[in-house]
Design a binder for this molecule. Structure first.
Ligand code: 1GP
Length: 248
């Protein structure tokens, strides 16, 4: 698919990407409009939509509103299989490979497969890895699966390698939304050095310094949600930090 190709090309060229995570439950049409003004100006590369446990009914509207404003890819980041919108461009087809809960590895995929197939989205198989972010986040509770300990870069590395060999086209290291500690640069580096597929990193990144550090360590895409929801002024700082790594 086109979105995956973009991710792959950017990785090969060493171009770092900023993905803004928008939770449809946390925006109104007005607040989203203001956020998009800033995001477009700051140069956000990808719009990730989802992340919340229950998306009420604003998913399609949220995706359409973003699509109406920008040509940048809109990528679904579903908290559950029901969170699909055919108006998006692509889907992070997540398998929770850091956990040992069969439902999140394959069970929910089986149930939603015909629906996903029909969506026409660019389906991007993603090895999703939850890393301990220092606080119990929604994802670690709901998934009923232990996160990878913060300092176990070797476990993360082996998990990512296995995911890649199983055919995952992306690896996503997530400390969880609002994590106290983002994924360590040591862990990002260990994983990045050994995999060839694009690496997405998110969770608890709340300033330009942390975003740049993740990129310098080897992240290809940095995802920021919470911090920008709280303070949209951060958009410029984080965008320039991520894009600044390109020239360095
Ligand atoms: C969470 O990786 C994302 O799944 C982003 O996390 O909301 O903490 O930026 P934040």
């Amino acid at each position: 698919g086109l979105v995956y190709q973009t991710l792959q090309e950017r990785k090969i060229q060493g171009i770092k990407s900023f993905a803004l995570l928008i939770d449809p439950d946390n925006v109104t049409p007005e607040s989203l409009d203001r956020l998009l003004d800033r995001a477009i100006e700051a140069g956000v590369d990808f719009y990730f939509v989802g992340g919340s446990l229950v998306v009420t009914d604003g998913l399609d509207a949220c995706v359409l509103q973003i699509k109406a404003r920008t040509d940048k890819p809109v990528v679904l980041f579903p908290g559950s299989p029901s969170q699909l919108s055919r108006h998006a461009d692509a889907l992070l087809y997540l398998s929770l490979i850091s956990g040992r809960n069969p439902e999140l590895l394959i069970g929910q995929h089986v149930i939603s497969a015909p629906f996903v197939k029909k969506s026409g989205l660019d389906i991007m198989p993603t090895g999703y890895m939850v890393i301990d972010g220092g606080a119990p986040t929604t994802v670690s509770y709901i998934s009923n699966a232990a996160p990878i300990p913060h300092d176990k870069a070797d476990i993360a590395l082996c998990t990512a390698l296995a995911g890649e060999m199983l055919g995952m086209r992306l690896i996503y290291l997530d400390a969880g939304s609002g994590a106290l500690r983002p994924v360590s640069t040591a862990m990002i580096g260990a994983v990045a050095r050994h995999i060839d597929v694009p690496l997405i990193v998110g969770g608890g990144i709340r300033d330009g310094a942390r975003a740049a550090a993740a990129c310098a360590a080897g992240a290809d895409v940095v995802v920021v949600g919470n911090a920008i929801e709280k303070d949209p002024e951060l958009l410029n700082e984080i965008a320039s930090a991520i894009h600044g790594v390109n020239v360095a």
